[in-house]
Design a protein around this ligand. Structure first.
Ligand SMILES: [Zn+2]
Length: 618
């Protein structure tokens, strides 16, 4: 007998076998037992999560000689015919292969005839979003007037491409990504039943690599176990998948925490020497930081995602504790940007090294700065500022809430003032601390007045180069002023707050990379234009306050010294930040620019957020 792939042999044959889709198997089971199946279903979800398998289970349940039943016998003619694809009543159409025109035309002809052997005729249309408009229209006509005893099951990975007219005529079921723990459990069952020897670590790696798809998990197991001699080990899995390996990746993360720049470069070089792919290394690094992020959050999500021993979990938690959540998110974002840049970079390795070094240079944790030996230019970190602002907002809201609880002000009034950062300044106790942090993190140039050079020709070359590398990033320079450079930093004053935010938070890497290449030494971008405004803000001394109503006074006392009252006639949205003359910008950037002022086009969105390749095939 010829070899049958594991994923075929272990395809679920009843609702009870379906892994990770209990919400679907429960509802469909009820429909089958009560005889109330719909005439059209839309199954959506990532690949390999059981859409087609469920469609076939439903077909067998309905057409089994002993059915309708939740436990199709698997022996009767109908069950066997459905299993081997020869059933006269169950039609599988793959819309991806020829876009379905002929099939749908045939379908419209044959759909009128009664089922030959089973109780109903079942049409399973896979990748239905690939149908042409013409085919969709033909299908729609059939769905509008479904003949009796006909069931349509449409499956797709991209439901948004299925016309609303079709969707509205179907019952929709969303299949979930299967968790790592569920996949591992199933793998270990399959191994036991098929006599494959594999240790738990090996199965955990496979489960994690499958990205929520059981079919992929079983295919990887198939591939790895074919190569392995004896018991399948973690090393063998890593080897056959070309994985870098958890330990090596975890070590890189620790080096980032240690700000060990030379260690990182050496580690990267060693991995490349040993034949690992650059892209692969960074995908795994991102996955590792994701694991750290989830370990930091803890709870059920960690239990569902994590697939190792208790000792490994402990290690992961300890590693996670070296970073704050905002730092991890910052790192994840930077890695995903770098992965994207590497696709087009002529020398992807430089892009990668620039990232690793810049992660070392940034002040990741305020408490850390100064203790490490790596050359850290004390650049004001985006996150430090952001955290300070968020802390201030939380304080304002807490104060407002306290006021509401104590009954001194009404909820709308309190919320209105808390939500308007212009009106209430940071509580005084808080302000010196956050200013202190910001001052400590200022670039030395700002304090020492290091001479900047202004080379306009270099600037023009930089703009041109950036335009070639990344049009979107270059567009952020529109209207920006060049403010010179020092040995390590170059200064840009973007024309708009949103551009500054984007440069800092999303495109910093490419700006620095382009400039670094041009001048031949590591350069850091500093966006100016907001910190001066913040600095020049005189803290208004509280005294001669006009007579405010009692509620406002209460709120002022909660907000603390330095709070200011501003009368607002209507909650007008300000697209532009207040002119610098207005001396209160407690929360400068985040709040003065509403989030919806910049709406990236879908292409830009994809470009910016197209992060970890979830189609990472191995
Ligand atoms: Zn049967």
């Amino acid at each position: 007998m010829s070899y049958v792939a594991l994923y075929r042999r272990w395809r679920p044959t009843s609702f009870a076998d379906l892994v990770g889709q209990e919400h679907i198997s429960r509802t469909l089971s009820r429909a089958v037992t009560s005889g109330q199946t719909s005439h059209a279903y839309l199954f959506t979800g990532p690949r390999g999560t059981g859409k087609t398998s469920t469609a076939k289970i439903l077909a067998r349940s309905l057409n089994c000689a002993q059915g309708p039943t939740l436990t199709p016998c698997g022996q009767c003619e109908s069950c066997r015919a459905i299993a081997d694809g020869s059933s006269m009543d169950v039609f599988e159409i793959d819309a991806a292969s020829n876009r379905g025109i002929d099939e749908i035309r045939d379908l419209r002809e044959t759909v009128k005839f009664a089922p030959t052997e089973g109780r109903c005729k079942i049409y399973i249309i896979d990748e239905v979003h690939m149908l042409t408009t013409e085919a969709f229209n033909a299908l729609l006509k059939t769905l509008e007037e479904p003949p009796p005893s006909v069931l349509f099951i449409l499956a797709t990975t991209e439901p948004h491409k299925v016309p609303a007219t079709i969707q509205s005529r179907c019952q929709r079921y969303d299949f979930h990504r299967i968790t790592v723990a569920e996949i591992r459990e199933r793998l270990s069952y399959v191994c036991r039943e098929s006599g494959i020897a594999a240790n738990d670590d090996a199965l955990s790696i496979i489960a994690a690599q499958a990205d929520g798809g059981m079919r992929d998990a079983l295919s990887i197991l198939d591939q790895c176990s074919a190569l392995a001699e004896g018991t399948l080990t973690a090393e063998q899995v890593q080897e056959s998948l070309g994985l870098v390996g958890k330990e090596r990746i975890a070590q890189l993360a620790v080096q980032i925490a240690d700000k060990d720049g030379s260690g990182l470069l050496a580690g990267l070089s060693e991995l490349l020497q040993s034949g690992r792919e650059l892209n692969r290394i960074f995908v795994e690094l991102a996955l590792h930081f994701r694991a750290l992020m989830i370990a930091g959050v803890g709870g059920a999500s960690f239990a569902a995602e994590f697939s190792g021993t208790e000792a490994a979990a402990e290690q992961l938690r300890a590693d996670a504790a070296r970073f704050s959540q905002p730092e991890i998110m910052n790192i994840l974002r930077r890695i995903s940007e770098t992965l994207q840049e590497m696709r087009t970079a002529p020398q992807p390795r430089i892009t990668a090294e620039t990232l690793l070094l810049s992660l070392c240079r940034e002040s990741l944790t305020p408490a850390d700065s100064g203790t490490h030996t790596a050359p850290a230019a004390q650049q004001p970190s985006v996150d430090t500022g952001r955290i300070a602002r968020l802390e201030a907002q939380v304080q304002q809201l807490t104060a407002a809430l306290a006021a509401v609880r104590s009954g001194t002000v009404s909820a709308p009034a309190a919320l209105a003032s808390a939500a308007s950062p212009k009106a209430v300044k940071l509580p005084a106790a808080r302000a010196p601390q956050s200013r202190g942090k910001a001052a400590a993190a200022k670039p030395p140039e700002a304090a020492e007045k290091v001479q900047r050079t202004l080379d306009m020709e270099l600037w023009q070359r930089f703009s041109a180069q950036l335009g070639v590398r990344d049009k979107l990033a270059a567009s952020l320079l529109s209207g920006a002023a060049y403010e010179g450079m020092t040995e390590r930093q170059f200064f840009i004053r973007p024309a708009r707050d949103i551009a500054r935010k984007f440069i800092r938070e999303r495109h910093r890497g490419i700006f620095e990379e382009v400039m670094t290449k041009l001048v031949g030494r590591a350069m850091e971008v500093v966006c100016t234009g907001d910190e001066e405004e913040q600095e020049s803000v005189p803290i208004p001394a509280a005294p001669q306050q006009p007579e405010y109503p009692a509620q406002v006074k209460d709120l002022l006392s909660i907000a603390g010294a330095g709070a200011r009252v501003e009368e607002i006639e209507k909650p007008a949205r300000q697209d532009r930040p207040a002119p610098p003359a207005a001396p209160t910008r407690a929360v400068p950037e985040e709040s003065s620019v509403p989030y919806d002022t910049y709406e990236p086009t879908p292409d830009e969105e994809a470009e910016m957020f197209d992060e970890l390749p979830d189609d990472e095939e191995t």
